[in-house]
Design a protein around this ligand. Structure first.
Ligand code: 6R9
Length: 689
C-alpha cells in the first residue's frame, strides 16, 4: 500500500513539475538578476524525488503539490506524523503545536521528551555502529580522518562526562570556539546530551566579539583548541580566548583541545586539557531527559540595530526541521557522502554539517580548509577523493573559483555529485551557470536554498527536482508547511502573482527560533510586530507569474559579506570608538566575489588634522579587533558631512548611489538639511578612486 502510494506520488510529481524561466524585476543585483531571464537549459538528469513514506494515508495526496497543500491545511497531522516516525522519543508528545503568530508564541510537540544526541548518534549506533559519521577533511588534502558513529558517540559521552565532572548541568550555557573538527562536533553533541545549550562562536570572531557573546549568554564554560589551521596558516585560537576571558569574570573553566599540539599557556584552575580530562571518563553517558521546548542552542547573528542577537532554538522542533529539510532538499540516500563546506560557527554548519545529516544517519564531511588551498581545485579534488554526492556552499566561493581556469575543475572526477546546493546570499547567474554547467556538467540539480539563522532550516528551495526541467537560479518554492506571504510598504498583503514586497511567513513551522536570549521583546519587535500575524524575515521577495519566489535582498541595514551577515550599525559602533571620529555611516556596496562589502563614510571631529590614510588604517584595525576580519570596510572615505534629512536621519540611499557611481540617479536631494554636502561627498568618492 505504502509503496503503491509512493509510486503514485513520484509519478505525479514528475509529470506535474516543470520549471521554466520566469520573470522577476532586477532588484539589488541589477544586471546579474536581469540575466536570470535567460536561463540555461540543463541536460536531463536521472533523478528521483525522495519518497516520504509518512504521506501514505494522508487523504487526497498524490502529488508534491497535494502534499504541500496538505501540510498547510493540516499542519498538526503533517508535522505530528513526521515527528512520530523521524524522532526517537523518550516520551511521546501530547499535543503537536500551540502557536500564536500574532503573539510570537511558538511551541511544538508539547509534553514530548527526548534527547537530541540520542537521535543523532545512539539510534544509528544501534543499527550501524561502524558507519562513518564524519569525514574530517583536514586542512592538508589527503589527510582526512574518518570517525564512525560508534566512535563519535564514545567521544561525545566522554566529553559530556567531562562537562558534568566540572559541574556543568542542564540549562548552563557553554561557549564553543573551535574550528571544524570532530571534537567540536562532539562538544556540540555533548552539550545536547547533558542539556546544556551551546553557543558556538565562529572561530574567526575577535576576542572582543567573543567576550561580548560569552557575557551576553553568561557562559561559565568555554571549549576551544590550542590553535586552528586554515589554508596552511596557523591561528592562535587559545590566545584569542585568553584575551576574551580576561574580560569575562563569569568564566570558570576553559577546556582546551589539541589541534596542533603546540604548547599554549594554561592558567591554573581555569584552563584544562580537554583530552586529558576525557581520557579519565567513561565512553557511556546517560542522556538528560529534555522537554521538547527546552533550549538546544543559541547562535548569535547580526540585526540592523544593537548588538548581535542570541537566536535561541529548542529541541524537538529544530531537530525535526533540520532532519526533514536535509533529507528532502538534498535527497540524502543511505550511502551518500554529504558535504556542506560551511563552518560550524554559522547556522548552516549547525543544521547541515551537524544536526541534519547526523540525524539522518548520513556521512557528513567536516571541511577545515578554504576553497583555494593548496590550489583552486581543492573542492573538486576532494569530491573525487571522498566520492561526494551532495555539495553545499555559499555563492561567494563559486564567484571566487570561476575566475580560475576550468581545468581546475575538469581534471577531477565529479561523477558522484548529484545535488549542488548553495545558501547565504543571492546566486548571480554567472556563478549559477558555472556551478551547474562546469562543476555539475549540466547533470546535477542546482538547489539554491533560502533560509536564515532564525528559521532553523531551509524555507524556500527548488524541490522536487525533475528530469528535463530547466534550471532556474533561485530558491523558488516553499518547503512543506511554509506559507510565504508578501506585504507592501503600507502593510497590505500582496496576493496574486507578479508582486514584490516584504517576505513574511504566515504559518508557524517547527524550526523557527523561539526567542532572542534574554530579550524576548526584541524578538517580538523584530519578527512578529512589523507584519502582525506573520514572521517577518527582513528580506524582500518577488512572487513571479508562476508563483515562484525570488529573494531580492535585505530590506534593513544588514549587509551580507561572503554569505555572512553583519549589521552596518555594528561596524559604525566599532569605528565611532576612535578618538578622532565624530560620526560614521556604513553601507553595503556590490563586490564581484564577496557579494557585498562595507563602505564607510567617516566625519572627523573638528580640528583633527592627521593623515587620513593613517586614520583609515586605524579604523580598519579597530573593526578587525572589535568584530572580525570579514567586517572590515573595503573603503573608508573621510568626508566633510553626511546626507541627512531635517530630522537627522542619514539618507543611506544616497550613499549607496554615490558608492556605485550613480550620482545621476540621486533624485531629489532638496529635502536634505544641507543639500550641498552631497556634492562634497561625490567629489571625495571620485578623488578616492
Ligand atoms: C542560512 C543563512 C540569512 C540571510 C537572509 C538573506 C540571505 C540566505 C539566501 C539569501 C538570497 C539565498 N540569504 N540564503 N539570499 N538567496 N538562497 O545564510 O543564515 O546567516 O542568518 O543569513 O542571508 O538575506 O536573510 P543567515
Amino acid at each position: 500500500m505504502a509503496a503503491a502510494l509512493l509510486k503514485t506520488i513520484d509519478r505525479a510529481v514528475k509529470s506535474s513539475f516543470s520549471i521554466r524561466t520566469s520573470v522577476f524585476p532586477p532588484a539589488r543585483f541589477g544586471r546579474s538578476v536581469a540575466r536570470c531571464l535567460s536561463t540555461t537549459p540543463a541536460k536531463a538528469s536521472v533523478q528521483t524525488t525522495t519518497p516520504m513514506p509518512e504521506a501514505d494515508g494522508f487523504p487526497g495526496v498524490h502529488t508534491h503539490q497535494d502534499l504541500y497543500d496538505f501540510s498547510l491545511r493540516e499542519p498538526d497531522t503533517f508535522w505530528g506524523t513526521l515527528a512520530k516516525s523521524r524522532i526517537q522519543w523518550i516520551k511521546s508528545f501530547d499535543r503537536v503545536s500551540d502557536c500564536d503568530m500574532s503573539a510570537g508564541k511558538i511551541e511544538w510537540f508539547l509534553g514530548g521528551q527526548l534527547n537530541v544526541s540520542v537521535n543523532t548518534l545512539d539510534r544509528h549506533v544501534q543499527k550501524m555502529p561502524d558507519k562513518v559519521a564524519l569525514i574530517w577533511e583536514r586542512d592538508e588534502p589527503g589527510t582526512e580522518v574518518r570517525i564512525t558513529y560508534r566512535e563519535l558517540l564514545a567521544m561525545t559521552c566522554q566529553l559530556a562526562n567531562t562537562l558534568r565532572s566540572h559541574g556543568v548541568k542542564k540549562g548552563d550555557r557553554v561557549c564553543i570556539y573551535m574550528p571544524n573538527s570532530p571534537i567540536a562536533v562532539a562538544a556540540m553533541q555533548a552539550c545536547a546530551r547533558i542539556g546544556a545549550p551551546h553557543s558556538v562562536v565562529f572561530a574567526g570572531f575577535s576576542a572582543d566579539a567573543l567576550a561580548s557573546r560569552i557575557q551576553d549568554a553568561n557562559c561559565e564554560t568555554v571549549i576551544t583548541t590550542d590553535q586552528a589551521v586554515r589554508g596552511g596558516k596557523v591561528i592562535e585560537l587559545k590566545k584569542t580566548v585568553d584575551d576574551a576571558v580576561a574580560n569575562c569574570p563569569m568564566v570558570k573553566r576553559v577546556l582546551v583541545a589539541q589541534r596542533t599540539g603546540k604548547e599554549v599557556p594554561m592558567k591554573h584552575n581555569l584552563d584544562f586539557s580537554l583530552e586529558e580530562d576525557m581520557c579519565r571518563q567513561s565512553t557511556e553517558c546517560t542522556p538528560e531527559i529534555m522537554d521538547s521546548e527546552d533550549p538546544l542552542f543559541m547562535l548569535y547573528t547580526s540585526g540592523s540595530t544593537g548588538k548581535p542577537k542570541g537566536i535561541l532554538h529548542t529541541q524537538a522542533g529544530y531537530l525535526l526541521y533540520a532532519t526533514m529539510t536535509s533529507k528532502f532538499a538534498f535527497d540524502i540516500r543511505e550511502d551518500d557522502i554529504f558535504s556542506c563546506v560551511a563552518d560550524i560557527g554559522w547556522i548552516t554548519g549547525h543544521s547541515y554539517v551537524v544536526y541534519g545529516p547526523l540525524s539522518n544517519g548520513a556521512t557528513t564531511v567536516l571541511f577545515e580548509s578554504i576553497p583555494t588551498y593548496p590550489n583552486p581545485g581543492r573542492y573538486w579534488e576532494m569530491v573525487e577523493r571522498l566520492k561526494i554526492n551532495q555539495f553545499y556552499l555559499a555563492p561567494t566561493a563559486v564567484r571566487l573559483l570561476l575566475k580560475f581556469d576550468e581545468s581546475w575543475v575538469k581534471k577531477y572526477d565529479r561523477s558522484t555529485l548529484r545535488k549542488l546546493g548553495c545558501v547565504g546570499e543571492p546566486l548571480n547567474v554567472e556563478a549559477g551557470d558555472w556551478y551547474s554547467q562546469v562543476v555539475g556538467e549540466g547533470r546535477c540539480d542546482l538547489v539554491d536554498t533560502w533560509w536564515q539563522t532564525e528559521t532553523g532550516g531551509i524555507m524556500i528551495t527548488p524541490r522536487p527536482s525533475q528530469p528535463g526541467a530547466e534550471i532556474l537560479h533561485g530558491p523558488m518554492r516553499p518547503f512543506f508547511g511554509i506559507e510565504p506571504v508578501l506585504f507592501n510598504d503600507e502593510g497590505k498583503e500582496l496576493t496574486g502573482k507578479d508582486v514584490s514586497g516584504a517576505l513574511c511567513v504566515r504559518k508557524p513551522w517547527p524550526g523557527i527560533a523561539r526567542t532572542i536570549f534574554g530579550d524576548h521583546e526584541r524578538y517580538l519587535d523584530t519578527y512578529f510586530r512589523p507584519y502582525p500575524g506573520t514572521y517577518f524575515s527582513g528580506d524582500g521577495a518577488h512572487r513571479d507569474h508562476k508563483g515562484y519566489y525570488h529573494i531580492t535582498g535585505r530590506m534593513d541595514d544588514v549587509i551580507n559579506i561572503s554569505g555572512h551577515r553583519i549589521g552596518t550599525a555594528e561596524i559604525e559602533d566599532a569605528m565611532d570608538e576612535h578618538h578622532d571620529v565624530a560620526e560614521t555611516a556604513v553601507i553595503g556596496t556590490p563586490h564581484e566575489v564577496k557579494g557585498e562589502v562595507p563602505y564607510a563614510f567617516v566625519i572627523l571631529k573638528e580640528g583633527v588634522r592627521r593623515d587620513e590614510e593613517d586614520i583609515a588604517k586605524e579604523l580598519k584595525d579597530l573593526v578587525r579587533k572589535t568584530i572580525a576580519a570579514y567586517a572590515v570596510p573595503d573603503t573608508i572615505l573621510i568626508t566633510p558631512g553626511l546626507p541627512k534629512t531635517r530630522s537627522g536621519k542619514i539618507m543611506r540611499r544616497i550613499l549607496r548611489k554615490i558608492s556605485t557611481d550613480k550620482e545621476e540617479e540621486l533624485g531629489d536631494v532638496s529635502t536634505l538639511a544641507e543639500p550641498s554636502v552631497v556634492d562634497a561627498i561625490v567629489q571625495s568618492h571620485k578623488a578616492y578612486k
